[in-house]
Design a protein around this ligand. Sequence first.
Ligand SMILES: [Zn+2]
Length: 247
Amino acid sequence: MSEPTISQLQPMPGDWQRALAVVAHPDDLEYGCSAAVAAWTDAGREVAYVLATRGEAGIDTLEPAQCGPLREREQRASAAAVGVSAVEFLGHQDGVIEYGTALRRDIAAAIRRHRPELVITLNHRDTWGGVGWNTPDHIAVGRATLDAAADAGNRWIFPELTERGLAPWNGVRWVAVAGSSTPTHAVDARPGLERAVRSLLEHRTYIEALTSEDPETYVREFLTATATTTGERFGGAPAVAFELFAR
Ligand SMILES: [Zn+2]
């Protein structure tokens, strides 16, 4: 009997110039994805971040009114660590983001502003694989982002965006979903891994509330372990995985 073969992940497409990452919370991109972002910005590509919330409900010991501005600052520093200067917040309420046309419109507007060929988001499925239940915010934002990639290109779906001067953008060629339990593609994490550690470490208040471990040890071990496991399906090199939906 032969061993079952583990299917290998394909390299991500390289023929694009602009990416837009759309996620629910500060730290969603840093928990695994930002090594890929660092490699892309190194290569001269433009990457912008859009966050549906400021993550104001993310720290039990901090009131949302204090937490939101603090996490916004941490997110901006975290983006800067991997070469991203454009960071926008849509102002939805953390924990209770609703999937629907309001969210799709906000994301379609962001896609029209940034005109990306590649859109990144986080796992939109019910689980992380197995029985690890996903959060409603990730599911709502992931699904709305997959949908908004098409909405952005159709002038008749949200005509008020055109009236606001946001011309349709039908140039999104792929939506890449990070944190998927059924990934198809990957990016070599090695060139960006050290900056990904710095980037996640910028969410210091959040991490200190999460674990009693030394923050740097926690961050480095988490990111290295994730990238190493992914790398088993990418020729052995530590990697960042995505499930790629082509349009
Ligand atoms: Zn999140």
